[in-house]
Design a protein around this ligand. Structure first.
Ligand SMILES: [Zn+2]
Length: 462
């Protein structure tokens, strides 16, 4: 493959970097990413893509399409931020910048880098006149929202032959980590309010029910499968007055397990615990299914190709300034974190792919796309080694010149892989056959029909 076609990513550096910086400066949480979505849609239009908005009925989900015919290659872009992680730019110590949220998962780089890849694939299709279609998918609400799982449920990705994505991280490698299926469920209890001192016997406490439910769940932990996780947050305690028996309370659960069926089974057991808590307290339990996502389906054919493309392009080498900033971050805030590396704060050299997948205990909604079509992802080292995800350290490192160098490398690697898939039908065929074999009886969307995405900031008492 002639790699010179990828130079377009350097030629369009100002536009692509500009998107990353704009998203960083305008962070928005799940399903409220209006400015970010508008910005990317505008660039897609300017670059000659046909933009479709409101995918799956989600206001901030969109696509930009170029080309015609087969194959159809999707590039997934995320752009949502995390609450509470605003951070002053360029500072290697914690200093909130006054914003309600920040790009503590680097999705500003992710969204812009994937956009760069889509622009390069379009440039390739245009200059070669080859048949093929590239679609950039603007996927909102990855953080706690599983936007792609809603989109997958509604068939948004059904047109794809393959999908590509990347994520900022602290190593250069294709994604080989497993990720857990999850369900997010809001449990609600309704009781009876009463004067807590004068007539407590008339009250039925919803907050007691929440506490007993959480306790029941904590006993469940010993008797659930290895690798499962359950987390909860009490989002409505029933008010701030201890002298009132709380008549209503809500607790938000995130239930995870290695495989889709396992999370379903665990969810049913948690629902039983909620019923038990209601019975014990004389309250009424109900629940609302908020969202879910699937476990990950790796595709080794795709990963092998992505790995080769990354090696052919060559991971970028950090400059003295890039290293100095990463070292300052390490010195100031990573010294207590295992495996920090003060001598080589950026692990930029590519770790070759060896065909082995490793356990992982987070979740990603890219998983749902991985059930629909062959999917591969890469991780780029925009952060100092050992930087924790979802942290102020990651927010600040998502706005550095180094972060953008990594982003452009990711964009080139994804574009090169897409071009290989377009040029080698037998490669794509092999990836599809592997996919078919891995998904067994097929994709069962974890989110029931009729459930709509709910913004993260809509929980709790307003
Ligand atoms: Zn992320």
């Amino acid at each position: 493959m002639d790699l010179s076609v990828l130079n377009i990513i350097d030629e369009k550096k100002e536009i692509i970097d500009g998107v990353a910086d704009y998203l960083w400066a305008n962070p928005e949480t799940a399903f409220t990413e209006f400015k970010s979505a508008q910005k990317i849609c505008q660039v897609l239009r300017d670059e000659g893509f046909t933009v479709e908005e409101n995918l799956a009925g989600i206001a901030t989900a969109f696509s930009g399409t170029f080309g015609s015919g087969k194959p159809v290659i999707g590039v997934l872009g995320e752009f949502d931020a995390l609450s509470g992680l605003g951070q002053v730019e360029g500072l290697a110590e914690p200093m909130p910048n006054g914003q309600e949220c920040g790009h503590g998962c680097g999705h500003n780089l992710l969204g812009a880098g994937s956009l760069g890849a889509a622009i390069a694939i379009k440039h390739y299709l245009e200059t070669t006149g080859r048949e093929g279609t590239v679609i950039y998918f603007g996927c909102p609400g990855e953080e706690g929202g599983s936007g792609k799982a809603f989109m997958a449920r509604d068939g948004v990705f059904d047109c794809l032959d393959a999908a590509l994505c990347w994520h900022p991280g602290d190593i250069t490698r294709v994604r080989v980590k497993h990720s857990l299926a999850n369900y997010q469920v809001l449990y609600k209890f309704d009781g009876v309010a009463s004067h807590a001192g004068d007539k407590p016997y008339l009250g039925r406490s919803a907050l007691d029910a929440v506490e007993l439910m959480d306790m029941g769940t904590n006993y469940l932990r010993e008797h659930m499968i290895d690798g499962a996780r359950i987390h909860y947050a009490i989002v409505d305690t029933g008010g701030f007055s201890p002298n009132v028996v709380q008549a209503h309370a809500e607790v938000l659960y995130l239930i995870r397990a290695p495989h889709n069926q396992q999370v379903k089974e665990l969810y049913e057991r948690v629902c039983d615990i909620a019923k038990g808590a209601a019975l014990m307290t004389g309250t009424k339990a109900s629940h609302e299914f908020i969202k879910g996502c699937s476990s990950y389906v790796h595709n080794h054919t795709m990963l092998r190709q992505l790995d080769q493309c990354m090696a052919a392009i060559g991971a970028p080498e950090p400059s003295e300034e890039d290293l100095a900033f990463a070292k300052a971050i390490t010195e100031n805030s990573l010294m207590n974190i295992p495996n920090h590396d003060l001598e080589n704060p950026i692990h930029w050299q590519q770790i070759p792919y060896d065909g082995v997948t490793i356990p992982g205990f987070g979740s990603t909604d890219v998983s749902d796309v991985s059930w629909v079509c062959p999917t591969a992802e890469l991780s780029g080292p925009s952060n100092a080694f050992s930087t924790p995800g979802h942290s102020w350290q990651m927010t600040v490192q998502s706005k550095t010149p180094w972060g953008k160098k990594v982003m452009r490398f990711a964009a080139k690697s994804l574009a090169a892989t897409a071009i290989e898939l377009i040029e080698n039908p037998e490669l794509l065929q092999k990836a599809k056959e592997e996919h078919k074999q891995r998904i067994g009886s097929g994709y069962e969307p974890p989110i029931p029909q009729g459930i709509k995405p709910r913004p993260m900031n809509s929980f709790g008492r307003k």
